[in-house]
Design a protein around this ligand. Structure first.
Ligand SMILES: [Fe+2]
Ligand SMILES: [Fe+2]
Length: 263
């Protein structure tokens, strides 16, 4: 069974890699119109950009811990290396915007990054299937967050920020697609198991690192107030479309929950 899943993952990785190389790779300096960056950034936008940059800064933990969990799977491990490269550009792009808009000085963002990196993110789940289910939701939610921030930033008339948010949310959607296809592979092998685990992951889902970012409670409240992300948005605009993309019906999920409760 696992040989079939692993071969499937390797095929998915090759498809992902070739597509990314042909259509999705972007260049931080050349593909963002930095000359047009607004020098009077909206303080609310700055605050959200800095929060999202903080989430992206836990890259060393995301890459090392997940890679360790999946190291025996060539498809997943090679994917993770690519993923790390793409995610590394996200914090760089956000940081570049913060400094080139004049919102923060280089010293301020570097100090902020140093402070963040004194903390450590740990895996929310300890097995590869639950981690993958978690990541499907998380990548979809992250793409949605960048689209929400783009909506908020529209009035700023900043073509650099607009373009970078388009590029970031497109990358996150690419990540979601890979993990979604991976979950479909698992579902072909053992649909009931995936449904059971999915119940638990949906219930316990939190965006990565939110609880360890300094001052996060306040940032979280701010992001909720702006209508970028909250529990209702999570259920309506993340859980529902992700389940649909996986071909999971709500009644199937309820049935799996009943099975679990009966144990
Ligand atoms: Fe990212
Ligand atoms: Fe991502």
């Amino acid at each position: 069974m696992w040989a079939t899943v692993e071969n499937g993952f390797y095929d998915l990785y090759l498809e992902y890699f070739h597509k990314a190389e042909a259509n999705r790779r972007w260049n931080l300096q050349a593909d963002i119109p930095w000359a047009g960056v607004s020098r009077t950034p909206d303080p609310a936008v700055v605050r959200v950009v800095q929060s999202f940059m903080a989430v992206e800064l836990f890259l060393p933990d995301y890459t090392s811990k997940i890679l360790h969990l999946v190291r025996a799977s060539r498809g997943r491990a090679w994917f993770q290396a690519n993923w790390g490269y793409e995610e590394s550009k996200h914090s760089l792009a956000l940081e570049t915007w913060l400094t080139s808009s004049g919102a923060k000085t280089t010293e301020e963002v570097r100090g902020f990054a140093d402070d963040i990196l004194t903390r450590e993110w740990n895996l929310p789940y300890d097995n590869p299937l639950e981690m993958m289910l978690y990541t499907v939701l998380q990548e979809f939610a992250t793409s949605l967050n960048y689209r929400g921030l783009r909506r908020l930033a529209r009035e700023s008339n900043d073509p650099a920020l607009d373009k970078l948010l388009v590029l970031l949310s497109r990358d996150e959607t690419g990540h979601f697609e890979f993990f979604k296809n991976g979950v479909l592979l698992f579902m072909k092998q053992n649909r009931d198991l995936v449904l059971e685990k999915m119940n638990g992951v949906i219930r316990t889902f939190r965006m990565p690192a939110w609880e360890i970012i300094p001052g996060w409670a306040e940032q979280d409240r701010f992001i909720r107030e702006l209508g970028i992300f909250d529990d209702r948005i999570y259920m309506r605009d993340v859980v529902r479309p992700v389940l649909k993309a996986l071909g999971i019906r709500p009644d199937e999920l309820r049935e799996a929950r009943r099975r679990l409760d009966a144990v």
